[in-house]
Ligand binder design. Structure first.
Ligand SMILES: [Zn+2]
Length: 467
């Protein structure tokens, strides 16, 4: 055996001397993007299109877009098609919108448009793992310096689970794409000439992530990242950035046909007036790119492309055990569960403790519907326990049918939930409504286990809490 290996090595060396070197192809520069925009639905690229116009035309950056879904959910007030047929149309509308900006590298993940506020419903409905692998592959293909995506957090607002799920996938993919041990089939070259399952990509570490939020209160993000002015006139195009972004958005006929019809009849002056209005304009001025994450130096508000020549640190070095540095009370302890528990694990696991989240946990729901408050009780693992909850509600709100006493098994962490019936409000009442607080206090075996507070806004409509 040893002898055969020696002969083989000599034979290879002799062959190498006799041949001219084989060319190894470089990655394809046509797909290299300085900025990769990763958003949930056709039309969500508009979270970033004024900035993309500036980056493409006046900063001379390349931009590519990934959509997580093809937008098969929701209404079509333009034509008859719905569901899968509407998704086929919306894919074309999204490509047309991007094309109007000069963006031709556009891809779609396989997420299914999931109309709820529950990020975990979206991730499950999409096939979380398969789409994470696909996004990592697209990051390795496009090699972005900066990624722009949705805020992975819960806010009173549209609070779309698909938006949050897209943000979750991006932060996961950002941390994984540079790791050569992750999805290795993407990184392997072919060993036989026409082997078609291996991608021959390279590991890639993007440097920064910024996010956009669908929260109703956009002002809470002031100062959390670099700003730009959508009203600024592009030196190259001689038009304001918002104007080019608006022309691009007109491709989304199945999403907001009435607005498109109305705005297409307006003069530039009329359009400028409504876009400049803080209540009706689509893009506030200035607009903030909320700082998500960086693996190079600088502060949250530094320019997007600062520190790009620095060697990135390994994102794993930014992981922390918990984002809550305050001394937590001992056991037993009541905390918000469900999605809030997921995010309290997600942020430290991806080095996101600085990411701006709601100061008090908050949620928006249609007035008159049932609000489910998920809770988790941390307690002694060695014996069963009796949990007793006390709920303090705003006037006119009612606790649902669930008994507020629970027999907990001997486990460290038990999940329970309560249901709250919210009052139906008239249109006038809804206009004046301000967020209210739901307070839940707990005792375990007669011992105080603390309180959780959820700030709740009653709205005229919006997405359901879960699918
Ligand atoms: Zn969306």
């Amino acid at each position: 055996m040893k002898c055969m290996l020696s002969w083989g090595a000599i034979a290879v060396a002799a062959a190498a001397q006799a041949q001219t070197p084989q060319k190894v192809n470089a990655p394809d520069d046509r797909y290299k993007a300085d900025i990769l925009i990763v958003v949930a639905h056709p039309d969500d690229e508009a979270f970033f299109t004024p900035y993309a116009v500036k980056a493409l035309n006046d900063m001379h950056k390349s931009v590519a877009v990934v959509f997580s879904t093809r937008g098969g959910s929701g209404a079509n007030r333009f034509t008859a098609e719905r569901g899968p047929a509407m998704a086929n149309e919306r894919e074309i509308e999204a490509r047309e919108a991007c094309s109007k900006l000069g963006i031709r590298n556009v891809w779609f993940l396989d997420g299914k448009d999931s109309a709820s506020q529950n990020v975990l419903d979206s991730l499950s409905n999409w096939g979380h793992g398969a789409n994470l692998e696909k996004l990592v592959g697209l990051i390795r293909l496009t090699r972005p310096e900066v990624i722009l995506t949705h805020h992975p957090g819960i806010f009173i607002g549209e609070d779309h689970g698909d938006h949050q799920a897209t943000g979750v996938l991006v932060f996961e993919a950002f941390d994984l794409a540079g790791n050569s041990a992750v999805f290795p089939a993407q990184l392997s070259g072919d060993m036989t000439h026409y082997e078609s399952y291996l991608s021959n990509l390279r590991p890639w570490q993007a440097k920064k992530v910024y996010v956009g939020s669908d929260a109703d209160d956009g002002k809470q993000f002031n100062g959390t990242g670099p700003t730009y002015s959508p009203r600024e006139v592009s030196p190259a195009l001689k038009k304001p950035y918002w104007r080019v972004a608006l022309d691009s958005a007109m491709a989304h006929k199945t999403q907001f046909p009435e607005d498109i019809e109305r705005m297409s009849k307006m003069t530039d002056e009329q359009l400028e007036k409504i876009m400049g209005d803080p209540n009706t304009g689509w893009w506030p001025d200035p607009s903030t790119l909320i700082f998500g994450k960086s693996v190079v130096g600088g502060s949250a508000t530094d320019p997007v492309f600062s520190h790009m020549d620095e060697t990135p640190v390994n994102p794993a070095s930014q992981v922390t055990g918990s984002c809550d540095s305050s001394d937590k009370p001992g056991l037993p302890r009541l905390e918000l569960g469900g999605l809030w528990q997921f995010y309290s694990n997600f942020y430290p696991a991806h080095g996101l403790c600085h990411l701006k989240i709601a100061a008090t946990p908050e949620f928006g729901i249609k007035a008159g519907s049932t609000l489910v408050v998920p809770l988790v009780v941390l307690h002694d693992t060695t014996k069963p326990a009796q949990l007793s909850l006390t709920i303090k509600l705003p006037e006119g709100w009612k606790a649902g049918p669930h008994d507020l006493k629970f027999a907990l098994p001997a486990e460290g962490s038990s999940a329970v939930s309560i249901q709250v019936e919210t009052p139906a409000l008239s249109a006038e009442e809804l206009k004046k409504a301000v967020p209210q607080e739901v307070h839940v206090t707990a005792e375990v075996d007669g011992k105080a286990a603390g309180e959780v507070i959820l700030r709740v806004a009653l709205k005229a409509g919006g997405l359901p809490q879960s699918l």
